[in-house]
Design a protein around this ligand. Structure first.
Ligand code: BGP
Length: 490
């Protein structure tokens, strides 16, 4: 490209506590949903309307999980042992010249049951040490307050985010962490992929579906979503009060959705599907429910408990910027008979015949990233932050220990070009980019280690065998050069 990204562009990478920390029962941490959840094979979920059956869970399955002492059956319990190896890992990221490192605080490490009166000091100290380590190298932490790790007790006892008290528990947690890390963390995200509550309600909302009447569950999800919106607005308020120069963002699963054809019915269908994402950013950025969502509540006969002060709070404390994950794209069609469907992250859609796909069927579509950036920036005129993007692949370690992941370099190169075009030609303001994930970790949707994203390889297999040794892949030096030249080397 031979042209640099804007000065001060925040290059880095993103991880989440539940997929890398391990130490699931260490340091006073409570058990979280991720320590007991097991995604079913997403390929078994072929029906487009069956949005989340691949990751639901019953009370009985939770009991079985709690009885299970083989942590390899629940690999997020050991992750990549970041809990003990964070110094080595952050040093590796610093070696690439990271400007920013996105990571999440595990709520259950701070408030083990969610509703505790006093925070767990040992958990707070752990993140003090992690942030200090980042700052030592001049790396700015970007912290997700909740990334698929609501405390399990909060789900069992209160039905998670369905209960209005969730707002109080979460804001207590937010007040604690924003006060404690006020001098260390400036950039915050409230809920990771907030829209995912409609796809994996247990992981995101702590909702155990079998506890509710089947015809009421959708309403339950929207009620929980409402509580998250209010909690997110209050979290923004608290964060600004405790850290005056902080910036708080929403976080979306931003897939690009194309009409499968130019038939007007397909265009209409696409517009409707896009609303499953925009409903969240429209509310969090504009501070009020969009008309189409209110119509949907009315048409479905939902009787959501929305207090007048909720509406006020949502209006008063919108987010400062819009962040999102982007991996691939799908299509929408009004009639899907005879069309092939597949996955985009944990959502399902019609496959685009013009695109190649990774080993898990996710389409590779760099132009779709530019389309998504323009979609969001044209709509809100708020700064964007790409906080997840990357290629899951089965990497091979050569006999000499090297890992040649040129496919990953190609993926990033094409996506960085799209980002550059969106900034220079479409006028999009982009604060930064954090790849998912700079170091291999446990995949969210497959629960496997073999779906790898990192510039750094971790010697661990799907059965939990391995030395946990960290090895630099070819992409490590490549990304290092991208950062040191601020994108000009691409
Ligand atoms: C996003 C999640 C991440 C991460 C990523 C990749 O939805 O926020 O936690 O896992 O997807 O997905 P996977 O791990 O399923 O390949």
């Amino acid at each position: 490209m031979h042209r640099s990204f804007p000065e001060g562009f925040l290059w880095g990478g993103a991880i989440a506590a539940n997929q890398c920390e391990g130490g699931w029962n260490k340091g006073g941490k409570g058990i979280s949903v991720s320590d007991v959840a097991r995604f079913k094979d997403p390929e078994t979920m072929k029906d487009l309307n069956d949005v989340h059956s691949f990751c639901d869970i019953t009370d009985e399955e939770i009991r079985q999980a709690l009885d299970c002492i083989d942590d390899n059956q629940y690999p997020k319990r050991h992750g990549i042992d970041f809990y003990n190896r964070y110094k080595e890992d952050i040093a590796l990221l610093a070696g690439m010249g990271f400007k920013v490192f996105r990571l999440s605080i595990a709520w259950s490490r701070i408030y083990p049951n969610g509703d505790d009166a006093i925070p767990n000091e040992e958990g707070l100290q752990f993140y003090d040490a992690v942030f200090d380590e980042c700052l030592k190298y001049g790396i700015e932490p970007l912290v997700t307050m909740s990334h698929y790790e609501p405390p399990l007790q909060f789900c069992m006892k209160y039905n998670g985010w369905y209960d209005r008290r969730s707002i109080e528990f979460f804001t207590r947690y937010v007040n604690t962490i924003t006060k404690r890390y006020a001098k260390k963390v400036k950039y915050w995200l409230t809920f990771n992929e907030i829209d995912s509550i409609l796809r994996h309600p247990f992981m995101t909302g702590g909702l155990i579906e079998s506890r509710f009447a089947p015809d009421k569950f959708e309403e339950v999800e929207y009620q929980a979503m409402h509580h998250q919106f209010v909690a997110s607005a209050l979290a923004t308020k608290i964060c600004h009060e405790n850290i005056p120069d902080s910036m708080v963002g929403c976080m979306l699963t931003k897939r690009t959705i194309y009409p499968y054809s130019c038939r007007p019915v397909d265009i209409l269908k696409t517009q409707q599907e896009m609303r499953s994402i925009f409903a969240f950013s429209d509310t969090q950025v504009r501070g009020e429910y969009p008309a189409y969502l209110l119509s949907m509540y009315k048409n479905k006969g939902f009787d959501l408990k929305i207090e007048p002060e909720d509406i006020e709070v949502m209006k008063m404390y919108p987010v400062d910027f819009v962040s999102f994950s982007y991996y691939s794209s799908t299509c929408a069609a009004s009639d899907i008979t005879n069309l092939e469907t597949g996955l985009e992250n944990t959502a399902r859609g019609v496959l685009n015949p013009h695109l190649n796909r990774n080993d898990w069927g996710w389409a590779i579509d760099p132009i779709g990233l530019r389309v998504s950036m323009v979609d969001l920036y044209d709509r809100y005129c708020k700064p964007l932050f790409i906080v997840e993007n990357g290629l899951g692949a089965r990497d091979i370690v050569e006999p000499d220990g090297s890992i040649h992941d040129d496919y990953r370099i190609d993926y990033f190169k094409a996506h960085f070009k799209s980002m550059y075009d969106a900034m220079t030609e479409d006028g999009v303001e982009l604060l930064g980019y954090t790849s998912w994930a700079p170091i291999d970790l446990i995949s969210n949707s497959t629960n496997q280690m073999s779906k790898r994203y990192g510039f750094v390889y971790v010697d661990l297999d799907d059965k939990g065998n391995g030395t946990y040794k960290r090895i630099r892949k070819d992409s490590y030096d490549w990304y290092k050069e991208v950062i040191s030249t601020n994108g000009a080397s691409i």
